[in-house]
Design a protein around this ligand. Structure first.
Ligand SMILES: Cc1cc2nc3c(=O)[nH]c(=O)nc-3n(C[C@H](O)[C@H](O)[C@H](O)COP(=O)(O)OP(=O)(O)OC[C@H]3O[C@@H](n4cnc5c(N)ncnc54)[C@H](O)[C@@H]3O)c2cc1C
Length: 496
């Protein structure tokens, strides 16, 4: 009853991640893993910003982080800087890592609200090592000393997506993954509706027990063959286009992703060792492709290094991620715009969940249902988090931003916003990617001030609270003052 063969369709980041993680997790099982890549259809070629679980992924794969950073031209990321999102001229941070520390076991953001209600002048960066470092263009690794504020630092990577796929390919091939070039045009089916064999444009076929669809937006197996269906979330995330191109390196390289709100969407700036990744994610209802390109060209700074690439997408998800003997990952499973750099993480999460639900040839339906339920829940909470960035804006200078303030929100998000506005509480469910801290950063950054804070904090006298805040701010300064510049990590020659 053991799965003996797995066929992965697609050789983009999702495909090679799937090949790497499965090959790593199933060594010596006798399961043959084959990856099929089209020689004619390119990869999406973007996907350069990540979140801290990328570091855990490297550990899971036993990949040496330094080696990976060198070969993918990666830089370090301490968070995201949001400019012009609440209102033109306004900036806020979504840093990684800790923010202050719990007092009396109450989350620090309640102390923050209490202190503000008491008239204490607060500086955000005094309580976030990541934001303090990022603001100064510095970087350091987390401190081993638990007494240092820098022990709560977390970081992620910016990397070259093409080099990552190349790196993972060589990793997976070393572990025995077989690579085939071919254009999949369809699949034959078994009587029970399961996929039987892939059909190639040259008439050949390839059979496997389990299929992983990583074919990008096409979803050749999950949609074209199995007709799984798609839920469209454009009503709450109206951006449906992107234009992207790299520009020449500009120094210094900031240790963060810069996200700048624009009239019809937002622009990213991602510093790599050898160049800068730029893109404009926009709503086609509010901006033409020509206008988007002109806007982006006018703001990137460096010299364009390649022709602009236009991408179209429909934000949403497949109704099922796992349908019969086919699991969809990456763009084949759906798409949430890259505002919080979540797509690659969701591929990884899909794979960890697959390993936890690894099937046998019986393909137990309750197992498949459990997989779908957990990932749908995770994806929908990420969707809510991304929508939060839009719906709380106060910008009224463009139709897109006015729309975002009045669009109907998912109940799950509406309830979370109401709870926060009334009480300052953020209740996170098990398995959610973004913590209460991340939600706090966006609420706070977008100027939402709750009506109250946790009343249990009133047992702390105001003077004592001030004392604690001063000592936390000092600890942040102590943890960051000797840190080297982010650029100093990349003096050696880079790949091009
Ligand atoms: C504008 C934009 C910005 C993004 N930014 C980020 C970011 O900052 N961070 C992040 O985490 N994610 C980001 N993403 C998402 C990220 O790029 C993808 O999740 C990631 O690259 C995985 O893509 P993929 O492998 O699913 O698809 P693709 O890269 O499109 O790869 C598809 C593969 O399938 C193959 N294929 C397709 N059809 C067939 C066929 N019929 N037969 C055989 N092979 C076939 C192709 O040859 C290719 O190898 C972004 C996406 C977009 C659109």
């Amino acid at each position: 009853m053991q799965i003996r063969s797995i066929a992965i369709v697609g050789g983009g980041t999702a495909g090679w991640l799937a090949a790497s993680m499965l090959a790593r997790a199933l060594p010596g099982s006798g399961t043959v893993i084959t990856l099929i890549e089209s020689p004619d259809i390119g990869t999406v070629g973007v996907g350069e910003a990540t979140i801290p679980p990328i570091i855990d992924l490297l550990r899971f794969l036993s990949i040496n982080e330094e080696d990976f950073v060198r070969h993918t031209n990666a830089t370090y990321k301490l968070g995201i800087k949001f400019t012009d999102w609440m209102a033109p001229g306004h900036t806020y941070w979504h840093p990684f890592g800790t923010f202050g520390a719990a007092i009396n076991r109450r989350p620090f953001h309640h102390c923050w609200h209490k202190a503000r209600a008491s008239g204490v002048a607060l500086r955000f960066n005094d309580y976030s090592v990541c934001a303090a470092l990022a603001d100064e263009g510095k970087f350091q690794f987390p401190a081993n000393n638990p007494d240092s504020a820098a022990s709560g630092l977390r970081y992620a990577l910016h990397f070259d997506a093409i080099l990552v796929a190349r790196y993972l390919r060589s990793y997976a091939e070393r572990l025995g993954v077989i690579r085939i070039e071919g254009n999949v045009v369809g699949a034959t089916m078994r009587a029970n509706g399961f996929l039987d064999a892939l059909q190639f444009s040259d008439g050949s076929t390839h059979q496997a027990d389990l299929y992983i669809d990583c074919s990008g937006f096409r979803g050749i197996l999950i949609e074209k063959v199995l007709g799984t269906g798609y839920l469209d979330w454009t009503a709450v995330l109206p951006c449906d286009r992107a234009v992207a191109f790299p520009t020449s390196l500009t120094l210094p390289r900031p240790p963060y992703t810069h996200s700048l709100a624009r009239s019809a969407g937002w622009q990213w700036r991602i510093p790599l060792q050898h160049r800068v990744g730029n893109g404009y994610v926009y709503s086609s209802a509010h901006c033409t492709d020509e206008q988007a390109l002109a806007d982006l060209l006018g703001t990137t700074g460096g010299k364009p290094l390649a022709e602009p690439r236009f991408l179209r997408f429909v934000t949403g998800r497949r109704k099922l991620y796992w349908n019969r003997n086919c699991v969809a990952l990456g763009l084949a499973s759906g798409f949430l715009e890259p505002l919080e750099s979540t797509s690659i993480h969701l591929v990884t999460s899909g794979l960890y969940h697959l390993l936890e639900h690894f099937p046998d040839l019986g393909f137990d339906q309750t197992n498949i249902d459990s997989y779908n339920r957990e990932l749908i829940e995770e994806c929908e909470r990420v969707r809510d988090f991304i929508v939060l960035h839009y719906c709380l804006t106060r910008r009224d200078d463009a139709p897109l931003w006015r729309y975002c303030q009045s669009m109907p929100l998912p109940d799950t998000l509406r309830e979370r916003i109401e709870l926060y506005k009334g009480t300052g509480r953020i209740r996170i469910r098990a398995g959610e990617l973004f913590t209460d801290l991340s939600w706090f950063y966006i609420f706070e950054g977008l100027g939402v001030r709750p009506a109250s804070y946790d009343p249990l904090l009133d047992v702390i006298p105001e003077g004592k609270l001030r004392e604690i805040l001063v000592s936390m701010a000092r600890a942040t300064v102590a943890a960051t003052k000797g840190a080297p510049s982010h650029d100093s990590y990349f003096k050696a020659g880079c790949q091009t």
